[in-house]
Design a protein around this ligand. Structure first.
Ligand code: GAL
Length: 450
């Protein structure tokens, strides 16, 4: 292995209980969008609309994980990764979102879980990774308060069917992203816009997170229950007061709005006044039903954002200065490479008394990989992972409570509205042939985990 592939720390320094894993999501990998009774999700519908996905990429086959899961799980084992995070496709299990169960879908996830266990890999399930049933979107989706009970029923079905073998659960994946991009900006499915949609989606996703967690707690007695949040270290462009205040508002929206109600602290409207408008959508018992005592919180951190005040951006009065405009290294997503961000986020979330345990449930990077002589020598990604893992170790050694690190992601996959272009995998995928090649980053991770 190349000299630059070595790091001056070891897996042992994280302790024997530290969880090393890799994260995936159903819609991004499975493909087979229309087989064995699966219903349509909002992402199936959104991706089919003209101009919604870059270059018109279509997710119908994705990485064909549905048919190739044994081969891909064998790769997880080959890479010495002992924890595998995946999400359940709601419409494989409940094609209409509620009502009758599709047992072919149950059977499929049973096979995935059983094979993971056979390989000695611990399954970690995410109940919701953004692929809402289209049938429920037709009834308002996340803007309809009924979603709290639809989601609770769905979570209960997941728990009943898989809870006999799966201990580790995550209720939601990044509510700030699916509400913000899906119901405010319209850039993600279902493509809705506007403040009212957004505020309702925020509140209903908070209530649903708790309702889902309660359903799991009731059904799976040994369950280790978490939920995940995206987070990003925010800094003002300079110390002028208007920029400092703008950065505070962005930090409140991106890093605090979703975790704080879950911890019983309510929505942080004193630092972001527009959140006060959520009260219009609240009912008397809601305050109580917004909090849950999670066993762990998953944080997902990729970059840092630099913020400038702006009178042109409504509600938040701030805008983000893109990495490509700042003379800093950045990835294929135009996200700055800034490893200390993950350290800062561990520190920030550790400051909340109500969080028992933190796990990094996603971290990774997209770069334009090239195949040379059958190999993908992705030095940038390898260095990215090494430096971020180094920051996690630093936080751990300083006494912050962080118990695991999951790479985003196993194979290159369908990166939402960006299509197949940003490659995040430890394993390269040729989307024409579905051939896999373990990248240098994957080989480094394998060696590190040995
Ligand atoms: C996260 C998301 C993943 C993946 C990743 C890289 O926000 O949970 O599904 O897309 O970002 O962009």
């Amino acid at each position: 292995m190349d000299k630059e592939m070595h790091v001056d720390f070891s897996k042992q320094q994280f302790g024997a209980d530290f969880k090393w894993g890799v994260s995936t999501a159903a819609f991004q990998i499975e493909g087979s969008d229309n087989v064995d009774g699966k219903g349509l999700s909002i992402w199936d519908v959104f991706a089919a609309r003209r101009g919604k996905i870059k270059k018109g990429h279509q997710p119908a086959d994705a990485c064909d994980f549905y048919n190739r899961f044994k081969d891909d799980i064998a790769l997880v084992r080959e890479l010495n990764i002992s924890n595998f995070r995946f999400s359940l496709s709601w419409t494989r299990l409940l094609p209409e979102g509620s009502g009758s169960i599709n047992y072919k879908g149950v059977d499929y996830y049973n096979r995935v879980i059983d094979f993971l266990l056979e390989c000695g890999i611990t399954p970690w399930i995410t109940i919701y990774h953004w692929d809402l049933p289209h049938a429920l979107e037709l009834r308002g989706g996340w803007t309809n308060r009924d979603i709290v009970s639809w989601f609770s029923d769905y979570s209960e079905i997941c728990a009943i069917n898989f809870g006999d073998r799966v201990i580790n659960w995550m209720v939601m994946n990044e509510p700030s992203v699916f509400t913000g991009a899906g119901y405010f900006l319209g850039m993600h499915a279902p493509g809705k816009k506007g403040l009212t949609n957004y505020l309702k989606a925020i509140h209903h996703s908070t209530l649903a997170t708790v309702a889902g967690a309660q359903a799991l707690r009731a059904q799976v007695h040994e369950a280790n229950i978490g939920t995940t949040f995206s987070c990003t270290h925010i800094e003002p462009i300079n110390q002028y007061q208007n920029n400092v205040l703008a950065a505070k508002r962005v930090d409140t929206l991106l890093n605090r709005t979703f975790i704080e109600p879950i911890l019983g602290l309510g929505y942080p409207h004193s630092d972001l006044p527009v959140l006060k408008k959520i009260e219009k959508h609240m009912r008397p018992q809601d305050e109580k039903n917004m909090a849950f005592d999670f066993d762990f919180i998953g944080i997902q951190c990729y970059t840092r954002e630099i913020v400038k005040s702006s009178i042109f951006v409504p509600y938040i009065g701030a805008r983000i200065v893109k990495a490509s405009k700042r003379k800093v290294p950045f990835t294929a997503m135009n996200w700055e490479v800034y490893p200390p961000s993950i350290y800062q986020m561990i520190k920030k979330f550790n400051a909340y008394k109500g969080i028992k345990k933190l796990l990094i449930t996603e971290n990774g990077s997209a770069f334009p990989d090239v195949i040379e002589n059958g190999k993908v020598n992705d030095i940038d990604r390898t260095t990215y992972l090494q430096n971020h893992i180094g920051e996690v170790l630093k936080a751990k050694q300083e006494g912050f409570n962080v118990d695991g690190y999951f790479v985003w992601t196993l194979t290159d996959n369908f990166e939402w509205a960006e299509g197949f272009h940003p490659r995040f995998g430890l394993v390269y995928v040729d989307f024409n042939t579905q051939q896999r090649i373990i990248k240098q980053s994957g080989l480094w991770f394998k060696e590190f985990l040995k």
